[in-house]
Design a protein around this ligand. Structure first.
Ligand code: G6P
Length: 612
């Protein structure tokens, strides 16, 4: 969603803000803006990317040591100059940036319009800035109190930062539902949607909680109060991030870098948790909850997007190893359908960003019903990580490309580790089987290196199919979620329509689509159902579909049938998703590149979806 960055200190604010926006651009990229405070507020904003904003500002006054900046992903109001943030109050004394949705904005707007306020934009955000001004004038209160009162009238989610001409050394920041973190430097403060804009200046951070309002002033330091005016002592955390993680490191795109990082990110996910020599798998974050997990009647896994695909792999792994039933739910469905959940249930919430609004709400619902919620998140200190009872970080490092790659394989790795640890305690896995799987897991990073070495071949396949209108992805068992994930990657970044299907289901519909124009990607590595997948390939071939097969190294049968084959090394069936997803990521990447698409920032998508 939108990205927020703000600064107050002694340095020139503009370079810090622009740099911060560049680091946050993956969160939203349809418009951007900045407001800088000197003896007045200079506000510049325009439709387009951060680079467009920089160009627009090139000849403008960018002085000032305090400022706010924003990169937008449109919710209310189309992406245009007017709807870009920041927004001004009527008297141009206050400027505000916002991430989230003000749900009751229509009612508030009507009231403000009736009092003579003229709106410059179609955004829900502008309501808030006028409301603050209105309260300040009519209730004759200071700006900080006006912000607090305004927020008590708002329904919905927000992360905001406010500056005012009359408070030249202060920022007011508040959050409810959308993330906000304060960076504490030497005589200076930063505010941002996540740690990325802060990391090169300070590692000391304060994560705001829901309904926190932070009054940041160079004179009086930071005061954090709740929306109900109760003060709390700020707790300083350490940011776990480095600048090199936020740069492309010689790759053309973040997505490609992140695909290539997978041997390392998976090794990082396993570090300190998998000890093959001692035959130990242990996730420190959930140890205290394992007993409870083992006594649960079932697990419910909730997530969105790619993380939901990881849940599907998790379902198969948990049911095979732990022998406890698993249900996988889209968080957005779960939260609205009155699910049967009680205090014995375990809900496992998976999220790369740790900020997805629907997943957060699903966690809230599960907790209300007494369930224990275990999180698997990538972003340390994120809202989901803090909302869950316990959990484990994937430690995949920052993922900047909007299409998720290394986060997915890290999530699957974590689910495997969790299931192995539980299965051993429950006695549902034999020692030899446990041993085989952990040895195979230890080999995965090296095997991914091998898969990555096929990039040239994958690029050739991409060149052949870049003009396709549709793609079908087929897989069975553990490879069914891989098919879904492969299709999602292609849709997300190349805008080609693609569907993932369980291979055997093809007969019940998608087969009607197959003709000589249709590329069909088949993940044909399964041992148990190999013959059946070969039959599915025959069925596609009989209808002249073009087959791109992912096969186990040395496979000759599929090779003789398929138009193209990409080999992956042999591993345990439940680990295949960790290998088979990688060529599909590369295939989508090269197709998108051939089609001239913006791989890292695909249209209409956002990296972290903090609105419902
Ligand atoms: C967005 C992203 C996807 C991601 C999904 C869930 O749609 O573009 O890449 O899979 O949100 O995000 P999460 O951060 O909860 O994993």
């Amino acid at each position: 969603m939108c990205g927020i960055v703000a600064y107050v200190g002694q340095k020139d604010a503009y370079p810090i803000l622009i740099n911060g926006l560049r680091r946050l651009e993956y969160r939203g990229y349809d418009s951007a803006g900045v407001a800088l405070l000197t003896d007045q507020i200079n506000l510049y904003k325009c439709r387009g990317k951060v680079a467009d904003l920089e160009e627009y500002i090139a000849d403008k006054n960018t002085g000032g040591t305090i400022g706010i900046a924003h990169t937008r992903w449109a919710t209310h109001g189309e992406p245009n100059d007017e709807n870009a943030h920041p927004h001004f109050s009527r008297d141009r004394d206050i400027a505000l940036i916002h991430n989230g949705i003000i749900e009751n904005y229509a009612v508030l707007k009507k009231e403000l319009v009736s009092r003579g306020y003229v709106f410059q934009s179609n955004t829900d955000t502008e309501v808030l800035v006028h409301l603050i001004e209105d309260i300040r004038e009519n209730e004759n209160v200071e700006l900080d109190e006006a912000v607090r009162i305004a927020l008590t009238q708002v329904e919905g989610t927000y992360a905001i930062v406010v500056i005012s001409k009359n408070h030249p050394d202060s920022l007011i920041a508040a959050r409810n539902g959308s993330p906000l973190v304060i960076g504490v430097g030497e005589g200076e403060y930063y505010v941002a949607s996540d740690g990325a804009p802060l990391v090169e200046y300070t590692k000391n951070v304060i994560y705001l909680d829901n309904e926190d309002i932070a009054y940041i002033s160079l004179k009086d330091d930071i005061k954090i109060k709740s929306i109900n005016n109760i003060e709390r002592t700020p707790y300083i955390d350490q940011l776990e991030m480095s600048i090199t993680q936020l740069e492309k490191g010689g790759f053309e795109h973040f997505m490609l870098k992140e695909i290539y990082e997978q041997p390392k990110s998976i090794a990082d996910s396993m570090r300190g948790r998998l000890n093959v020599a001692k035959e130990i798998v242990s996730l420190g974050g959930i140890i205290e909850y394992e007993e409870k997990m083992l006594n649960a009647p079932r697990f419910t896994m909730v997530a969105c997007g790619t993380s939901w695909h990881a849940c599907l792999v998790g379902e198969y792994i948990f049911e095979e190893l732990v022998r406890i039933p698993v249900e996988v739910e889209y968080a957005s469905e779960f939260r609205y359908r009155n699910p049967i959940i009680n205090e014995k249930d375990i809900v496992i919430a998976i999220s790369q960003s740790g900020e997805t609004a629907d997943t957060l709400a699903a966690i809230g619902l599960a907790k209300e019903n007494g369930a224990t919620v275990i999180g698997i998140c990538n972003v340390v200190g994120s809202s989901i990580a803090r909302a869950t009872h316990a959990g484990s970080y994937t430690h995949a490092g920052p993922e900047i490309g909007v299409a998720s790659t290394k986060a997915f394989t890290a999530q699957v790795t974590l689910l495997l580790l969790m299931a192995l640890s539980l299965a051993k305690k429950k006695g549902t896995i034999s020692r030899s089987r446990y041993h085989e799987i952990i040895i195979a897991l230890e080999n995965i990073p090296r095997q991914i290196e091998e898969v990555l070495s096929h990039e040239k071949l994958i690029k050739e396949i991409a060149d052949r199919f870049s003009d396709a209108k549709n793609f079908l992805y087929l897989g069975r068992g553990y490879n069914f979620p891989v098919a879904l994930e492969g299709a999602l990657k292609l849709k997300e970044i190349s805008y080609i329509h693609a569907e993932g299907y369980p291979a055997a289901e093809m007969k019940h519909g998608p087969i009607a689509l197959i003709d000589e124009e249709m590329p069909v990607v088949v993940i044909a590595t399964n041992k148990g159902t190999y013959d059946k997948v070969v039959s599915n390939i025959q069925e596609v071939k009989a209808r002249k579909g073009k087959i791109i097969a992912i096969v186990t190294k040395g496979d000759e049968t599929v090779k003789s049938l398929a138009d193209y084959v990409i080999e992956i090394p042999e591993t345990e069936e439940m680990l295949v998703p960790l290998l088979a997803t990688v060529p599909l990521q590369l295939l989508s990447y090269h197709i998108a590149l051939n089609r001239g698409c913006n791989v890292d920032q695909p249209r209409n998508l956002a990296k972290s979806v903090t609105v419902e």
